[in-house]
Design a protein around this ligand. Sequence first.
Ligand code: PDD
Length: 278
Amino acid sequence: RIVYVNGEYLPEEEAKISIFDRGFLMADAVYEVASVLDGKLLDYAGHEARLARSLGELEIPMPASPEEILEIHRQLVTRNGVEEGAVYMQVTRGAADRDFAWTADMTPSLVLFTQAKAIVASPMAQRGSKVISLDDLRWHRRDIKTTQLLYASMAKMQAKAAGADDAWLVEDGKITEGTSNNAWIVTKDGVLVTRQLSNDLLAGITRASLMRYAAEAQISVEERAFTVEEAKGAAEAFVTSASAFVMPVVEIDGVKLGAGSPGPVATRLREIYVEESR
Ligand code: PDD
């Protein structure tokens, strides 16, 4: 694979970052994952805008112009021949002698790489994902897409140990989001429910696109928080993310939703998302 690091395209074995980089020492870094379908980037404008917002919230300077960053995405997709998968981009505050305080004059690091992966023909989309609910023990600025992913990783491991695929995180009795996706339920009346945006969750780009597509298909969406109990009693559930698109959820804490297989609404929304993206 050819990767990008601070102005250079290099074979992955040759790419290097300083051990003093605050991304490495302190997770002082933000990232984006943009999916690739048929060799094209999906929802790129949304990822570009969210990167700028995450950087702004942390006072990390933009590492390059938006045009340059888009060009790097395109170059990597082409050079690595990615038809389906994702481009991962990370910006760190840069390297400095270790200190909790940072200074305004640091030079940010920019790293990008591609991951080829079948998203449309994913086996999990056929059988549906099983989730368990866990306390949301992450920090309270989940609206910033930082690389502090340790609790999300621990929650995912706990889900796997319990024989499930992923975890839905719960705070004050309500679901915030999945470990790396936004959580949705479908009520018995066919209304889609997903939590309203705040500092408690990430403003998913896939979530925003699906809300537009649902409106076009005249499917109602309610933006509000919901409890684990409501989710267990829902007709269907699913998650959205750049790496999974629309993924049906068929079981919550061992309770099957409907027939325990992907429901008609989630299945249709997945098809709509892929069609609209093509
Ligand atoms: N995760 N919530 C969290 C905590 C996420 O990490 C993600 C994305 C989402 C969905 O956002 P989007 O639709 O913009 O991908 C919601 C990426 C894919 C990841 O960490 O790999």
